[in-house]
Design a protein around this ligand. Structure first.
Ligand SMILES: Nc1ncnc2c1ncn2[C@@H]1O[C@H](COP(=O)(O)OP(=O)(O)O)[C@@H](O)[C@H]1O
Ligand SMILES: [Mg+2]
Length: 269
């Protein structure tokens, strides 16, 4: 399939740092097309972040065994060299995490951080070019007064603004894939919705594929046409979001949907 961006076959991730090996991802298969938004849902500890980190090439540990295939545009991530991986990260694959404060450097100005991927992946760019792109990127995530924000430090921004900065940094090289691992979990409900709308717009305008990881099914339902439900390291159900919400096949999915607060369900009617 030509428009396939990412294909994972039989991904297994096992920790060997205890006496008994612990398999945290078990036989995971998935496909992501260009421009598609796929949601991964499942309760805490189900293996969502481990999957995300494997895709981003961030799992390189000695006490861990990783098996299967992660094919990103013809490159096998699990067998790629460190140099190849560094070439991908921040350029073809952008990633944002739950708590932007821990990913942002407290002593560096916002602008410097937003430009980081450019310094790595576009070394030929001049300072002025980097500045122009950083301002564009801050604008594109709807931060007001981007020139002022550029000069600020992380602690001067609200949580929602910091997450927008993280998205601006992750998007500055226009990656083909954006992995968003619980990007709204630390934020207020209204801000969560704003971030979801922002991701939706960036996906539409730049055709970026998004892997949206969340335990919040109501958000996932708004953003993702397709979902993958994980439980205990396994995919228990996968397919069309509306179909799964209206006719969940697995008991676990029914439980997850049943756990969405009633008000949330009403809002979506
Ligand atoms: N260093 C480690 N050693 C053993 N197990 C780990 C380690 N790090 C994470 N895990 C386990 O991996 C499982 C999956 O974690 P994770 O992918 O972070 O879940 P999720 O993102 O869905 O909440 C969890 O059960 C967690 O306890
Ligand atoms: Mg997680």
């Amino acid at each position: 399939m030509e428009d396939l961006l990412l294909e994972i076959k039989d991904l297994n991730i096992e920790f060997h740092d205890h006496d008994v090996p612990e398999r945290v991802v078990n036989g995971l298969n998935m496909k992501l097309k260009r421009g598609e938004i796929l949601g991964i849902v499942g309760e805490s500890g189900s293996g969502k972040s481990m999957t995300a980190m494997a895709i981003a090439g961030l799992l390189r540990r000695h006490d861990m065994k990783i098996g299967g295939e992660i094919n990103f545009e013809g490159t096998e991530i699990l067998h790629a060299s460190r140099t190849e991986i560094r070439g991908f990260q921040g350029d073809d694959i952008g990633i944002i995490f739950q708590e932007p404060m821990t990913s942002l450097n407290p002593v560096k100005r916002i602008g410097w951080q937003v430009e980081e991927s450019l310094r790595i992946h576009r070394p030929e760019m001049s300072k002025a070019q980097r500045y122009a792109l950083a301002i564009d990127s801050l604008k594109s995530v709807e931060l007001e007064e981007p020139e002022k924000t550029y000069k600020k430090y992380p602690h001067e921004l609200s949580g929602g603004m910091r997450q927008r900065v993280m998205i601006a940094s992750a998007m500055i090289c226009e990656p083909k894939l954006l992995i968003a691992d619980e990007p709204t979990t630390a934020l207020d409900v209204t801000i969560q919705l704003q971030i979801v709308k922002l991701l939706q717009r960036l996906n539409r305008e730049k055709n970026t594929s998004i892997l949206f990881i969340s335990h919040d099914l109501s958000l996932v339902k708004q953003l993702c046409a397709k979902i993958l439900v994980m439980h205990d390291g396994r995919v228990v159900e996968a397919g069309d979001t509306l179909e799964i919400f209206t006719h969940p096949k697995e008991a676990y999915t029914k439980e997850l949907i049943g756990a969405i607060p009633k008000v949330e369900k009403m809002k979506q009617l």
